[in-house]
Design a protein around this ligand. Structure first.
Ligand code: MTE
Length: 326
């Protein structure tokens, strides 16, 4: 069966025609409205906690969604509904309460927006979001998102490979890492008033990880412009790493020869590593990573090495002792 979202790049001949896609999308939205009436389990973390302290066990999971849309990832897992994806969010700039993020971020200003790409590059450039949408063809990809807190979702993203953007600015041969920074706007993001975190949120990747074809800059979900709670207008998606690597609302991308400091690694270095590859064999110091709760399902499922993307990314870590790479 062909469907418009793929977890790996698709040939244009495989892409579902637009009219079929649109009618399926209407179906998804309709299904999502029904699912939206099912309350999600609250999963609160206090500001002094690292993420996931209070992740609920399987028994507290929300009721399964019998209207789950027909879109699946390449492992056959159904996509989460639009309502689930947009109402259960980690975005500490707005709140540590996942269900409060959507209402609190509703009026966040996402236009105008620019992202500055600079550092060890031959052609530094500041892009407006509208330039980005014109310059880089938008693709549709279904990826699993595995949060370090041991819950997961399947999300149909729209976006483009980060590699296309990086190639345009021409990294120099000295560049080894990419550093990302979220916007700092405490007047709109009340969480940035919290002294527990070193704002703005920062993340980083090795350059070869950033250039891997799976690494996406997302601009949409289910064909809709991405909403503030999911990181509008531009967010990173690195599907084989724990979700905290997938930084939201990016305003700076710096090419550097120094390994970047990241927010979570700075707050709790023994709990949140720089690599943060999904690995069921390495437990978080305070909970197991062997299994996960898929939002919308009753029972827990096994967590997969590299979140199931080993074929595409294992080569990046050859020779590294992954048991030491939390
Ligand atoms: N980016 C910023 N700027 N601030 C955050 O708090 N949370 C991360 C990541 N990106 C976060 C962030 C975490 S822990 C996860 S699991 C994902 O975003 C959640 O993405 P989602 O809400 O779109 O599912």
């Amino acid at each position: 069966m062909t469907h418009p979202y793929q977890s790996v790049p698709v040939r244009s001949s495989e892409i579902t025609p637009r009219d079929v896609y649109l009618s399926r999308r209407d179906f998804i939205k309709a299904a999502g409205v029904i699912a939206g009436s099912v309350a999600l389990a609250a999963c609160l973390s206090s500001p002094e906690d690292a993420p996931g302290m209070t992740d609920t066990p399987a028994g507290d999971s929300p009721a399964p969604d019998v209207n789950r849309p027909a879109f699946t990832d390449e492992l056959g897992d159904p996509a989460n509904t639009f309502e689930e994806i947009t109402n259960y969010n980690n975005y500490y700039e707005f709140s540590t309460n996942k269900e409060a993020v959507a209402p609190l971020s509703k009026n966040f200003t996402t236009s105008p927006w620019t992202v500055e790409v600079y550092g060890m590059v031959n052609k530094p450039k500041t892009f407006g979001v509208e330039d980005i949408l014109k310059l880089f063809p938008q693709e549709e990809r279904i990826y699993r998102l595995r949060c370090v807190e041991a819950w997961s979702m399947v999300i149909p993203w729209n976006g483009f490979p980060l590699a296309s953007l990086l190639n345009m600015v021409e990294p120099t041969s000295d560049a080894k890492y990419v550093r990302f920074e979220t916007v700092y706007r405490p007047e709109e993001m009340k969480g940035q008033g919290s002294p527990f975190y070193p704002w703005p949120y920062q993340e980083g990747l090795r350059l070869d990880e950033a250039m891997n074809d799976l690494t996406l800059i997302a601009t949409g979900i289910y064909g809709e412009t991405i909403l503030p709670q999911n990181g509008a207008p531009l967010r990173l998606v690195v599907p084989w790493k724990y979700g905290f690597k997938s930084i939201k609302s990016i305003v700076k991308i710096e090419l550097t020869d120094q390994r970047p400091n990241t927010l979570w690694n700075t707050v709790a270095p023994n709990e949140y590593g720089f690599y943060a590859n999904v690995n069921p064999n390495v437990d978080h110091p305070r909970w197991s990573q062997a299994s996960e709760r898929r939002i919308g399902e009753f029972t827990r499922r096994e967590t997969l090495m590299f979140n199931g993307y080993g074929e595409q990314v294992a080569y990046l870590y050859e020779g590294m002792d992954l048991s030491l790479q939390y």
